[in-house]
Design a protein around this ligand. Structure first.
Ligand code: RRO
Length: 351
């Protein structure tokens, strides 16, 4: 694939060109801004607002083997700086997805990152098998961290062995050359240990982070606001958690590609995750209020990188991990054997 050189287009002053291409486990993308799973279905709706092939990739809503109606309504609740969802993996099932959604993405020329979800290790393996050789597929995101399943035991990402078992099965069933990323939950004590278990099991990269489990109570009805009672918290409120998770995993696994997401609304939000260690980012919740957000974020990110003197996007990845610059002046006399300075010369009339 040829490198894409992006020339930021918004603002009054044209910024110089910058190479925004990125590579995730051998897969090349013209730029590092993707949609986030669950926030843009399979891209058709967003394509009415902008050309989705302008994005690095389109990450589809997690798909299961069978069609699924999802959880009881209401399924969304607003919170300060974010929202809760309890969609419950609503979807058409893999066959309809392949026929309608993935084929549409392929015909548009979009780079499809297909998110898969299952109730068992076997489900995930079957889904990966069904994706083998499909045109348009460039990467698989294994969603092992959906917060809205009836049984918390199905949140495979909360247990390193369960997470590893799913990743291993998907990796075995996936065609060579298609990177497998595991999407992790922030609702764990030590995300780096779950990340390491996934990588040891064959994950080519990690998607960080899924929503945090939360809850809202309606003070008028004095009942839970969501039909599913609990839900996944997303939006700006979770960005510092996402930055922390990306930072911790980048530190533990310096060479593993990371797709970062969580509360990105602007190019500077994206840059924060990139500096923490993300090789690409997904823009999610903000599209509900601004459907053009992914391309705007791409433009703002390119502009922010140019302003900071970068020639290539990849130079910024993980840069916040470099050692701090010391502001303590160097001690000119570290062993303390320099004679004290001579007293200042006094002039007549001085006090
Ligand atoms: O469908 C959902 O309710 C859902 C999923 Br699969 C997920 O991964 N994260 C989320 O917040 N909601």
């Amino acid at each position: 694939m040829t490198e894409m050189v992006l020339r930021p287009t918004t603002g009054r002053v044209a910024a110089p060109a910058i190479d925004m291409s990125t590579t995730l486990a051998g897969a090349s993308f013209p730029n590092p801004v993707f949609t986030a799973s669950g926030c843009a279905a399979a891209g058709q709706e967003l394509d009415q607002f902008f050309d989705i092939t302008l994005l690095g990739g389109v990450v589809t809503k997690s798909i299961m083997l069978a069609a699924r109606p999802g959880r009881a309504t209401p399924r969304m609740a607003e919170t300060p700086s974010g929202m809760l969802n309890s969609i419950g993996l609503q979807g058409p099932g893999i066959e309809a997805f392949l026929d309608k959604d993935l084929s549409w993405l392929a015909s548009r020329g979009a780079r499809a990152v297909v998110s898969i979800a299952g109730g068992s290790v076997e489900d995930y393996a079957k889904l990966a098998q069904k994706l083998r050789g499909r045109p348009g597929l460039v990467m698989i995101e294994v969603n092992i961290s959906c917060p809205n399943v009836e049984d918390r035991g199905q949140v495979f990402a909360c247990d390193p062995q369960a997470a590893a078992a799913v990743v291993q099965a998907v990796k075995r069933a996936t065609a060579p050359g298609i990177p497998v990323f595991a999407k992790l939950s922030p609702d764990v004590t030590d995300i780096a240990s779950i990340a390491r278990a996934c990588v040891d099991a064959g994950a080519d990269g990690l998607s960080l982070i899924n929503t945090l489990l939360g809850m809202v109570i309606d003070t008028t009805t004095m009942r839970p606001a969501l039909g599913g009672v609990t839900g996944g918290l997303s939006g700006p409120a979770i960005r510092p958690v996402a930055v922390r998770c990306v930072w911790q995993v980048r530190q533990a696994l310096p060479d593993i590609p990371i797709l970062g997401m969580g509360g990105i609304r602007t190019g500077l939000d994206a840059l924060e995750l990139v500096l923490a260690g993300a090789n690409a980012v997904s823009v999610g919740t903000t599209v509900f209020g601004d459907p053009t957000a992914p391309v705007r974020v791409l433009d703002e990110l390119a502009r922010a990188l140019v302003e900071r003197g970068f020639d290539r996007f990849e130079e910024a990845v993980g840069l916040a991990h470099r050692p701090p610059v010391s502001h303590v002046p160097e001690d000119p006399d570290p062993v303390g054997d320099t004679p004290p300075p001579a007293p200042p010369v006094r002039f007549e009339g001085q006090a």
